[in-house]
Design a protein around this ligand. Sequence first.
Ligand SMILES: [Fe+2]
Ligand SMILES: [Fe+2]
Length: 268
Amino acid sequence: MRILVTSDLHMEVTGHHTIHRLVAGMEREEPDLVVIAGDLGNPLHMYEQCLACFSTLPCTVAVLPGNHDLWASNGQTSRQLYEKMLPEATRQSGMHWLEDVPLVLENGIAVAGGIGWYDYSARDPQLDQSDDDIAECKPRYAMDASKIDWAWTDQEFAATCRHRLQRQLLRLEEDEEVNQVLVVTHVPIFESQIERRPEDQDWSKGTPYFGHLTLGESLRGFPKLRYVVSGHTHVGLNGVVNRPGQVPIGSAVVGSDYGRPRWVTVEM
Ligand SMILES: [Fe+2]
Ligand SMILES: [Fe+2]
C-alpha cells in the first residue's frame, strides 16, 4: 500500500500553479491514499482552493488542519474554523477529515492523525525556559500568539489532541482487522523529527512551538504503530524511533516550504 503525505502547502503564498504541479507529480506515483497534513491555506477560501487542487485524484484524500488554517479572520473564530468550517469544507470536497475519525484501509493498515499542537515539550533543555517564559516569548516566535483567538492555553489544547489520538490508537490496537498503524500529525511528536541547531539561539528559542513530544511518548508503546509523518517545521527529516523489544517506528517530516511543496512516500 502506497501512502503519500504532503503538508504546509500555504496556498496563499504557494499558488495554484505550483500546487497543481505537486498534485500531478503525486498522481504519477499511483498512491492508494493521499494525506494532507495541515497548513493548506488561510483564510478559509484559500483552504478550500487548496482542497480543490486535490479533487481530481482518483484515490481517497484524508486531511487534517494546521495552525495557520485556524487563524481567525473574516469574523470566523479559530474554534469555529476547527470545529465546524474546516471539517465541513473538507467533507464537502469528498475528503476524509482525519482529525475526528481514523481511516482503516485494506490489508490491515490504518491511518490516524490530527493537528497535535505544541505543548513546549520540544524546548531546548540548554536554555532553561519555564512554561511561563515560553508563553511570554510566543509573540516573537509564533504568529499564532495573535492569530489564534481561543482561550485555551497551548498545554490545554495539546492535551485534548493527545487524549483523542491516544483513544483512537487504543481502539486500533484492539481492532483485530488492523495490523499496522500510520500516524500523521501537523506538529512533530518525536525528537527525531526536531532539528536542533545549538549554535543558533533564535532557532533554539523557537523549538518549544515546533513539537509535542509528550504525544510521541504517549504513543510509542503501541505495538501496531509503525510510522509517523508530520509537517509544520518546514524542515524535512527522516529518522527512527527505537523501542526495546519492539519494532522501531519510522519517522519523517515533510520538507515543504512556502512556494516549494513536497511529499513523503510511505510504503506499508
Ligand atoms: Fe506551515
Ligand atoms: Fe504549521
